[in-house]
Write a protein that binds this ligand. Structure first.
Ligand SMILES: C[S@@+](CC[C@H](N)C(=O)[O-])C[C@H]1O[C@@H](n2cnc3c(N)ncnc32)[C@H](O)[C@@H]1O
Length: 268
């Protein structure tokens, strides 16, 4: 399997793929002309796996609320050669820096440039990849103003340009529709035999906690309820879904909150 996530992503599901495969509807491979929809795509571990493993998927729709991330998907799909050239150049520049101090200075410069939010898609994606590989633990975190604020990661020679993965992903993404925005917009793309795979952000430990946030707004109780109502709609429309959800032993309100046949229990 050649195609795989092109970014490190908190909550990435690469390690769980076998368990997820076992949780697919039992007759999934008998479905014809499947539409696969991933409304919270993140790094897309499940997407790349599904597209390479289940040839009955005729089209796929992915979505994320993070426009910088979905721009990466579009650039990888539509312009892989230009991206690879641009990443190689930046990688060479980074590797030529001799001290940790100069690497850190360079990192902060690139982070400032990324935060100007005024870059063309190739440059924006190049810096997104760069920051992802050189920041602390590959985190993606923004402050209240929406600016990327992860500190420097102290890696000497991280792989900034992985050309093989970019080209393999690009091929696979050719049949993928890429949307940017709220996950609820994806429902109108469902058609016939459709499987939704939901991997929403973790529910924060409390409603003000901002740790692990991908976006300015935490995925709080209100957001969890809204997602539950959306899942009901998906089910009523006759589509299938798989969902990761977080239930807490001490929180009775959320027991059996989601009532579908395809639950994926992440932690309890
Ligand atoms: C747990 S991550 C998905 C991880 C992914 N399964 C992987 O393997 O990398 C959740 C994603 O949901 C996105 N997100 C948060 N709120 C959203 C919303 N309202 N609509 C769509 N995407 C959202 C975040 O930007 C983040 O990328």
């Amino acid at each position: 399997m050649k195609a795989k996530p092109f970014v490190k992503w908190v909550g990435g599901k690469t390690q769980l793929i076998e368990q997820l495969e076992a949780l697919l509807p039992a007759d999934f491979d008998k479905w014809e002309n499947v539409t696969y929809i991933e409304p919270f795509v993140g790094g897309g571990a499940m997407l790349f796996y599904m597209l390479q493993t289940h040839s009955n998927i005729k089209s796929a729709i992915i979505n994320d609320i993070n426009p910088d991330l979905t721009t990466c998907y579009k650039v990888v799909r539509d312009d892989p050669s230009a991206l690879v050239e641009s990443l190689k150049e930046l990688q060479n520049e980074y590797y030529s820096l001799q001290s940790e101090e100069s690497r850190k200075r360079f990192y902060l410069q690139m982070r400032d440039e990324f935060n100007t939010k005024a870059l063309d898609p190739i440059r924006n994606t190049t810096l997104f990849f760069f920051l992802n590989r050189t920041c602390f633990n590959g985190l993606y975190r923004v402050n209240k103003a929406g600016l990327f604020n992860v500190p420097f990661g102290r890696y000497e020679t991280p792989t900034i340009c992985d050309a093989n993965t970019i080209f393999a992903d690009s091929e696979l993404l050719k049949k993928v529709v890429i949307l940017t925005g709220d996950y609820q917009e994806t429902l109108s793309h469902a058609e016939g035999n459709t499987l939704f795979y939901f991997d929403p952000p973790y529910r924060p430990l409390n409603n003000t906690s901002s740790f692990n946030d991908y976006t300015k707004e935490a995925f709080n109780d209100f957001a969890q309820r809204r997602l539950k109502e959306f899942c009901d709609k998906v089910e009523q429309a006759g589509y299938h879904f798989m969902l990761h959800y977080t239930a807490y032993k001490d929180d009775k309100r959320y027991h059996d909150f989601f009532t579908t046949n395809y639950q994926v229990r992440k932690r309890t």
